[in-house]
Design a protein around this ligand. Structure first.
Ligand SMILES: *Cc1c(COP(=O)(O)O)cnc(C)c1O
Length: 359
């Protein structure tokens, strides 16, 4: 068996040790005689898995006690509606920073439920930077303030949080959650589709301050009300049981590694390997301003579409897969999530050097 280096933006690479453990437990989880996939979500043995997953997430992210952790479905995209339904309950207004397609989708969906104000946008330069925020443009009466913390498609990230005062800060952290420490207490809600850094697709994790639960708009469907899931320990209906189990294994892997401080150190090492090469290459260049560069998603181009195509084709043949860039940026994108080993990035850089020398 040979595994490739997978630079997919999501669903993405998982730690090999996690996959091996899941494989070894596939037919018989911990002496239960069943696969985790086959268990009742209300059984004792499963209850332990979901409880351990939550406990590990709380430990790894240092989540304060006044926050709930919800294991939901529907992807980060469902949160684009769930957030306004639950939070637009006082003035029916919210603020948005448009830093890419996901941020824009969150904004467009929220418009169905209330008045949405764009505080700033980086659309003018294909979202290649994080705009400076003018606090005088923040609406003091907004029910929430939304950002997309790491912009998966464009490869930018917020390194400094907006000061929103009493207005709850809500962040889409789908593509950066667990990549480095984050001060959860600065946020009203953090949410993520699991398929980038947490586990397989099908699980959506929401971390929400307790006081933001329980005031949903009248029209809110039961399944879209945070209270439903909070009151029932994410067991109102069948949760994505297997995805939660894999997420638990991923969290164990992060704990064994030394937690998020260590994770950050490794992620910076990987990103620097690639950025240093891009900064010194005559053929390849990054598409994002230096100060806003993502640790997780690194887009780059040669400036020549034919050469880009040739690169992706030759890279794929050598076992570096899913490097084709998003159609809105073109070129290439290397997503180097937590589970991508340093050796994978080093091997990619070595291949890029070779390609540059040959072309
Ligand atoms: C992938 C991604 C999404 C979409 O997630 P789904 O789970 O597919 O709905 C939203 N926001 C960001 C930042 C993403 O990276």
């Amino acid at each position: 068996m040979s595994r490739v280096y997978n630079f997919s933006a999501g669903p993405s690479v998982l730690p090999e040790s996690v996959l091996k453990q899941a494989a070894s437990e596939m037919l018989d989880y911990n002496g239960s005689g069943q696969s985790v996939m086959e268990m009742s979500h209300r059984s004792k043995v499963y209850e332990e898995i979901i409880n351990q997953c939550e406990a590990s997430l709380r430990e790894v992210m240092n989540i304060p006690d006044n926050y709930k952790v919800l294991f939901l479905q529907g992807g980060a995209s469902s949160q684009f509606a769930m957030i306004p339904l639950n939070l637009m309950n006082k003035n029916k207004k919210a603020d948005f920073v448009i830093t890419g397609q996901w941020a824009k989708k969150a904004y467009q969906e929220a418009q169905k439920f209330g008045a949405c104000n764009v505080v700033a946008s980086s659309a003018d330069k294909t979202f290649s930077y994080i705009p400076q925020l003018d606090e005088s443009k923040f609406d003091k009466d907004a029910d929430y303030f939304h950002i997309c913390m790491n912009n998966t498609i464009y490869g930018t990230r917020f390194t400094k949080l907006p000061n929103t005062g009493n207005v709850p800060l809500v962040a889409d952290v789908s593509s950066c959650v667990l990549s480095e420490p984050i001060d959860v207490s600065k946020f009203g809600i953090l949410y993520a589709g699991a398929q980038k850094n947490m586990g397989p697709a099908g699980l959506t994790v929401v971390i929400i301050r307790e006081d933001l639960i329980g005031n949903a708009q009248e029209i809110t469907p039961t399944m879209f009300n945070y209270q439903t899931h909070s009151d029932n320990g994410s067991m109102y209906n069948t949760p994505p049981t297997y995805a939660i189990y894999i997420c638990k294994l991923v969290l164990d892997w992060i704990k064994d590694l030394g937690g998020l401080e260590k994770m950050k150190e490794i992620n910076e090492k990987k990103a620097n390997l690639l950025y240093d090469f891009l900064d010194n290459s005559k053929m390849f260049k990054g598409t994002v301003v230096k100060e806003d560069r993502s640790l997780m998603n690194i887009p780059f181009i040669t400036g020549n579409e034919e050469l880009d195509k040739k690169f992706v084709k030759e890279a794929t043949a050598k076992g570096f897969v899913n490097l084709k860039g998003h159609r809105s940026v073109g070129g290439m994108r290397a997503s180097i999530y937590n589970a991508m080993p340093v050796e994978g990035v080093q091997a990619l850089v070595d291949f890029m050097k070779e390609f540059e020398a040959n072309n």
